[in-house]
Ligand binder design. Structure first.
Ligand code: NAD
Length: 424
């Protein structure tokens, strides 16, 4: 067994929101090759353009000048000793884990894996996935034996897209390895780049599960306040005012209602429930939270229709402006955005919907949702303030009301209740 990775060369497989910042961080200490199957992503990055906005051109430029290599050719990653996998883990249309990216990446690595190499997975998945699903692919394509010829680790990514304060190196990182010696090695490797330190989990499964429950817990907490919003709307009180009052107690957890999109919180719980079902347990709590969060786009559309109806606006000639389509503020990520669902429901009432987003890429929005973003704002019968991008948060209510004096529905609670028609 060779665990002397002194002359280590790291390959990061998948250069998206997670992989690119990781490649940059490791490249400050070690030789790094960033590998991605998407040639246009590689070309853009070589031109110092990062569509995810997670790194800045200067940082990227410095890393490339200092030797970071970027490639979409398998031969260029053959001499690495450590492979770190950061590819997508979405769900399919039946809300079942789609492991195709993870298995394909494992196949690629398997084809170049050598005796003594280490493969660390960072993609979010269910407990057992690394050892039960990925390792057999690595073994098959490398013809090497797990925990004899090569080893694995799992260190879940915790980045928060759009957050320029809690960046990769500032968030404590969970690490693990397939044998104790490797667990310690993986831990030391990450300690070298993570200023916030690391937490060595007792096994790969524990580390995998820790990530899955992080997001499932958040999903459930949000579903609770979303359910409160559904109840308080019927009572006729503002949910955010109730939460503010309750939040004066030290142990009241601070969550706010909203649309739950994105590739993490709205997806990861299904990884955990998939595993539970596979083992004969039918999860109740986790899936009930998912059901409520999935219902929220419909509630938002219905609420908007009511607000417009109460103002006597003829719906089938009306124009509604939605501010924001990304799944969260200050980032361009539109994966699993719930806004297209809101749009579809509003359109069923004959309402013409216009969407503006100060961060989303209009070509991506067109390609994914067949929606044309608008660039200039006009006047509308209603405004749905859907994402609290800095540009929208900085608006004064008088500036916002230049675009509609009729209905302002503030999903993010940016404005006080008495300045808008409704908040979520
Ligand atoms: N983005 C986040 O905020 C975040 C946070 C925590 C965890 N995660 C998890 O990290 C993983 C990666 O997410 P992401 O947001 O970076 O995804 P992403 O879609 O931004 O990037 C993934 C990249 O992998 C590439 N890729 C796909 N298959 C490949 C293959 N076989 N070989 C090489 N490259 C391949 C894609 O071209 C893409 O550039 C997911 O499991 C996700 O759940 C993401």
């Amino acid at each position: 067994m060779n665990t002397d990775y002194e002359n280590k060369k790291i390959t990061i497989v998948g250069l998206g929101y997670v992989g690119l910042p990781l490649a940059l961080a490791f490249s400050k200490k070690y030789p790094v090759v960033g590998y991605d199957i998407n040639p246009s992503r590689i070309e853009e990055l070589k031109k110092r353009i990062d569509q995810t906005d997670e790194t800045n051109p200067k940082e990227l430029h410095a890393a490339l000048e200092n030797g970071l290599q970027l490639t979409n050719e398998i031969e260029a990653i053959a001499d690495a000793t450590i492979y770190i996998v950061t590819v997508p883990t979405p769900v399919n249309e039946n809300k079942e884990p789609d492991l195709s990216f993870l298995l394909e990446a494992s196949k690629t690595i398997g084809s170049v894996l050598k005796s003594g190499d280490l493969v660390i997975y960072e993609s979010t998945t269910y407990p057992g996935c690394t050892e039960e699903d990925c390792v057999p692919v690595l073994e098959k394509y490398s013809k090497l034996k797990f925990n004899h010829d090569f080893f694995c680790g799992y260190s879940p990514e915790r980045i928060n897209p759009g957050d320029k304060v809690n960046t990769l190196t500032k968030i404590k990182k969970v690490t693990s390895g397939s044998i104790p010696l490797i667990a310690e090695y993986v831990d030391q490797l990450y300690k070298g780049i993570i200023e916030a330190g690391t937490y060595k989990a007792s096994s790969i499964k524990v580390a995998e599960a820790s990530k899955a429950i992080e997001n499932a817990q958040r999903d459930l907490n949000i579903s609770f306040v979303n359910e409160l919003a559904l109840i308080f709307d019927r009572i006729g009180i503002d949910t955010r005012e109730v939460l503010e009052a309750a939040g004066t107690k030290w142990n009241f957890l601070k969550f706010t209602p909203g649309l739950v999109g994105g590739h993490c919180i709205s997806v990861d719980p299904y990884y955990l429930t998939h595993k539970a079902k596979e083992l004969g347990y039918d999860p109740q709590v986790i899936l009930s939270g998912r059901k409520i969060n999935d219902y929220m786009p419909s509630f938002v559309a219905q609420k908007m229709v009511k607000l417009m109806g109460q103002k006597g606006i003829p719906l089938n000639q009306s124009r509604c402006l939605i501010l924001g389509i990304t799944f969260k503020e200050n980032c361009p990520d539109i994966r699993n955005s719930k806004i297209p669902q809101v749009v579809r429901e509003l359109e069923e009432y004959g309402i013409t919907v216009y969407i503006h987003d100060s961060h989303a890429d209009s070509n991506e929005v067109k390609r994914n949702f067949n929606i044309e973003l608008i660039e200039e704002l006009n006047t509308y019968d209603s405004i749905l303030l859907a994402v609290n991008h800095k540009e929208y948060k900085d608006l004064k209510i008088s500036e916002l009301k230049r675009f509609s004096t009729s209905v302002v529905f503030d999903l993010k609670g940016i404005f006080p209740m008495d300045q808008v028609d409704a908040r979520l």
